[in-house]
Design a protein around this ligand. Sequence first.
Ligand SMILES: CC(C)(COP(=O)(O)OP(=O)(O)OC[C@H]1O[C@@H](n2cnc3c(N)ncnc32)[C@H](O)[C@@H]1OP(=O)(O)O)[C@@H](O)C(=O)NCCC(=O)NCCS
Length: 165
Amino acid sequence: MPAIAIRDLRPHELGFHRQMLWEAVYLPPEEKALLSRDILETPEVRRYIENWGRPGDRARVAEDSTSGQLLGCAWGRLFTTDNPGYGFVDETTPELSIAVIEGNRGQGIGGALLRDLNAVYASEGIHRVSLSVATANPAHRLYERIGYRTVHQDETTRIMVFGGF
Ligand SMILES: CC(C)(COP(=O)(O)OP(=O)(O)OC[C@H]1O[C@@H](n2cnc3c(N)ncnc32)[C@H](O)[C@@H]1OP(=O)(O)O)[C@@H](O)C(=O)NCCC(=O)NCCS
């Protein structure tokens, strides 16, 4: 893994945040190649970053310590019962999204970001974080290693939770 620093996403880095949202939309590679970026404007997807800075929002980025390049981002946001995210479990549990730039995956950056975001929330008294992951996405193995466990699963998606549930 390159030497990285993990820190808060800065207000002028919302373009990077949007890029990471695109990366976090999972489809098998051959289908993702055909997907339009317009998906970022749909209510189901843009709600993960729009009006960033609401109570409960936390976003952490991994920055290459040598070049300063941003390599990945993990963020969490609270949703409501009326407008639940795909990984919603309740209104006090932030839902996590994560992506690492292609070419930098599989080196431990995603794991470091996950542990960091969980620790940030824990330091604020929030001890549970949820996420949804496509059943076909190998990322579920990483989440299990970190300590997330599956609380709901259907043919396409699983919801996983870190912390007490
Ligand atoms: C998932 C992701 C954030 C993990 O970051 P990372 O830096 O690659 O993770 P680490 O190196 O710490 O851990 C490796 C694990 O990440 C996952 N992973 C690695 N490459 C991956 C890829 N191209 N796509 C999805 N998951 C991947 C696997 O679970 C891998 O564990 P394994 O070796 O047992 O299969 C990153 O791979 C990624 O951005 N993938 C595409 C976007 C995505 O799927 N986001 C999550 C949506 S729920």
